[in-house]
Unconditional design. Structure first.
Ligand code: SAM
Length: 270
């Protein structure tokens, strides 16, 4: 029975591959790669000759059995187009299936844009929420932002360059003018770690955003959050006026700067 290795690859600078990643990529029987062309560039740069098969968003289910079969015969390395597989990249289904079959899964530490951006952002790193990509649909994007509006922890978003402007506008509308770090083209020639307010970010990137972006946004400010007693009181009022538990929790959460789950939890405390 083989091992499934989860192998991060560079997010720009090829020198960011680890020695262990190179060893694993050299020694496995098969590499399952999101992008076989990118994989070929990487493998040729490091003079590796391991067979590669594709595993990407649109064949990830049909390829699952074949990769699991290969895992019965030998070790397989999973790589994505860039960074850590499974993180806003294909990998989850394969990793789950391997775990369910009792296969050994070995993750290698390595490059990922989210953590690289976070640590340079100057925003609190002690606790954070990785939001990832927002929906392309305006309504869903706003709703997703509303859901994390009251979140006190630092927020990390991935965004495609052509949507950075719209996303910043939505963030301004939902969050207000918070601190933000736009980490652009990390580890590449045009790397830029830009820090400022959301309004200033719109001025800087609203019309034209080039390259790959991570947006790291400050969590909700302290004063936006009500004390528990106040939340309890308003919640009780809502329920007395006939709102369902779910409606009441949602409404109070939005007013109080709490997340809905935590308000809901108060209901069972009574
Ligand atoms: N699995 C990858 C990881 O571990 O970071 C993320 C893959 S996701 C499909 C691609 C997104 O990651 C980009 O749209 C961007 O938000 C972010 N990203 C990837 N490389 C980046 C870089 N060099 N600089 C800034 N952001 C990057």
């Amino acid at each position: 029975m083989g091992t499934l290795y989860i192998v991060p690859t560079p997010i720009g600078n090829l020198e960011d591959i680890t020695l262990r990643a190179l060893q694993v990529l050299r020694e496995v029987s098969l590499i399952a790669a999101e992008d076989t062309r990118r994989a070929a560039i990487l493998l040729s740069h490091f003079d590796l000759h391991t067979p590669v098969t594709s595993y990407f968003e649109h064949n990830k289910l049909s390829k699952l059995d074949r990769i699991l079969e290969a895992l019965e015969q030998g070790d397989v390395a999973l790589i994505s187009e860039a960074g850590t597989p499974g993180l806003s990249d294909p990998g989850y289904e394969l990793i789950r299936a391997a775990i369910e079959r009792g296969q050994r899964v070995v993750p290698l530490p390595g490059a990922t844009a989210a953590i690289t951006a976070l640590v340079a952002s100057g925003l609190p790193t002690d606790s954070f929420v990785f939001v990832g990509f927002l929906s392309r649909k305006a309504g869903e994007r706003r709703r997703a932002l509303e859901e994390v509006k009251a979140e006190r922890r630092t927020l990390i978003f991935y965004e495609a360059p052509h949507r950075v402007g719209e996303t910043l506008e939505d963030m301004l509308a939902v969050f207000g003018n918070r601190s933000i770090c736009a980490a652009r083209e990390l580890s590449k020639v045009h790397e830029e770690i830009w820090r400022g307010s959301i309004t200033a970010a719109i001025e800087r990137f609203g019309a034209e955003a080039l390259g790959e972006f991570v947006l790291v946004v400050a969590g909700a400010p302290e004063e936006a959050r009500w004390a528990e007693a106040r939340v309890q009181a308003v919640l009780r009022e809502e329920l007395e006026h006939g709102a369902s538990s779910s409606e009441a929790a949602k409404r109070v959460a939005a007013l109080a700067g709490w997340n809905k789950r935590d308000v809901y939890a108060l209901l069972s405390k009574d």
